[in-house]
Design a binder for this molecule. Structure first.
Ligand SMILES: NC(=O)c1ccc[n+]([C@@H]2O[C@H](COP(=O)([O-])OP(=O)(O)OC[C@H]3O[C@@H](n4cnc5c(N)ncnc54)[C@H](O)[C@@H]3O)[C@@H](O)[C@H]2O)c1
Length: 363
């Protein structure tokens, strides 16, 4: 079977590329979805200057991990007051981009619970309306600007939903590293590790192919080199730019493979133990590497391009890297007993993402 890679997102990269939003929305009405700090950072002003009267609606209170509780009222307000906009411009981290992905999918009734019921059924559906999405990430990690997925959380019910439609692919991604210069150290590390996790998860994945591997290997090498240096020098434009590109490559890789076991584990760690997404999906990487190794010759060859031929050394390398960033790598470090960890991994292997893991059947 020939390898097939498909990503329909028109991608702009580089310092100053935010200004592309003007040409990309010519003649259209735009709604902006962004995070609370954006106004103080001068980002809303920048967008206002670039869009002028085209900017018809602003939602600036995106909270980390879009939750059904907040989304319900935001969604209904959006469809009542911004129904006339053509484009939603998501400017922020994965939480802003995923919130925007939920907003653009219009239901017949205009109510969010109709969308939630469709997501809960888990079957493909055609939305009543869908708006165009353009995404500009302000963190370097989630890759949500080049993927069609959104994670919608229900923290009260300890559940998560995955939204994925043809229309939730952004039309364009604007990756401007200047937007990331203000990200604090903790978020810089956790989002950088999210990118590392995307890249590794795309390799130990039943959907991997040589094209996704090329993006993944390059992303991993760059995260190893850049993230520790960036953590010590948060204002470096060069390092921000390299991490932004690494996260974009990781996003391209998993845009075609989806994620796998480490992410499936992460959902429980976020819902039950409150871990930020990037830590939740990276602390288990050395463990998952051990489960992946030896399952498939071709996958081993790709992993060995990154880590060399020795599994123990590879796991040590990954563990030392994470620990150097002050990320603990054992379940017990997060108060999860051996029994709970075993059950969590078993459960994660049965999940949609867990089934993408190359060791899922035999593990
Ligand atoms: N759709 C996908 O493909 C995908 C992939 C990975 C993660 N996700 C989702 O993304 C979310 C996490 O996104 P994230 O890790 O980017 O974090 P985030 O968007 O939640 O942002 C983290 C914090 O950083 C702040 N922030 C963002 N940009 C900033 C900036 N430039 N300067 C200062 N502060 C800034 C935010 O306000 C927030 O408080 C999770 O909900 C996760 O499920 C989605």
């Amino acid at each position: 079977m020939p390898a097939h890679f498909h990503n329909p997102v028109a991608t702009y990269f580089g310092s100053g590329s935010l200004s592309q939003i003007t040409a990309l929305t010519a003649g259209q009405k735009v709604a902006l979805v962004t995070f609370p700090e954006a106004r103080g950072l001068g980002l809303i002003k920048q967008v206002e200057d670039l869009l002028g009267e085209r900017l018809v609606y602003v939602f600036e209170d995106v909270q980390p991990n879009p939750d059904v509780n907040q989304l319900r009222s935001v969604y209904e307000h959006f469809w009542q007051h911004a129904e006339h906009c053509d484009v939603v411009f998501a400017l922020g981290g994965g939480s802003a981009i995923d919130t925007a992905k939920a907003l653009i999918v219009g239901t017949e009734s205009g109510h969010f619970d109709e969308l939630l019921a469709l997501l809960a059924q888990g079957n493909p559906f055609t939305p009543a309306h869908c708006k165009t999405l353009i995404a500009a990430p302000t963190t370097a990690g989630t890759g949500s600007e080049v993927t069609p997925w959104a994670t919608i959380w229900d923290s009260a019910q300890k559940k998560k939903y995955s939204l994925h439609l043809e229309c939730t692919w952004p039309k364009a991604a604007i990756v401007d590293p200047d937007l990331m210069l203000t990200v604090p150290a903790g978020v810089t590390v956790s989002t950088g590790l999210d990118a590392l996790s995307h890249a590794l998860e795309s390799i130990w994945n039943v959907n991997a192919n040589p094209i996704s591997d090329t993006f993944a290997v390059s992303a991993i090498e760059e995260v190893f080199l850049c993230l520790p240096a960036l953590r010590k020098n948060l204002h470096s434009q060069e390092l921000r730019s390299r991490m932004a590109l690494a996260a974009l490559k990781a996003g391209m890789a998993f845009s075609n493979t989806k994620t796998a076991l480490a992410h499936s584990i992460s959902y429980e760690m976020t819902l039950r133990h409150g871990l930020p997404h990037g830590i939740a999906c990276s602390f288990s990487l050395p463990y998952v590497l051990g489960l992946a190794w030896g399952r498939d010759h071709e996958r081993d060859r790709v992993l060995q391009r990154v880590f060399g031929p020795d599994l123990a050394k590879a796991q040590n390398h990954l563990q030392n890297f994470l620990q150097s960033l002050e990320v603990k790598t054992e379940f017990s470090d997060y108060g999860v007993s051996d029994t709970e960890a075993r059950e969590m991994v078993e459960y994660a292997l049965q999940g949609a993402r867990g089934k993408n893991f190359i060791g899922a059947r035999a593990a």
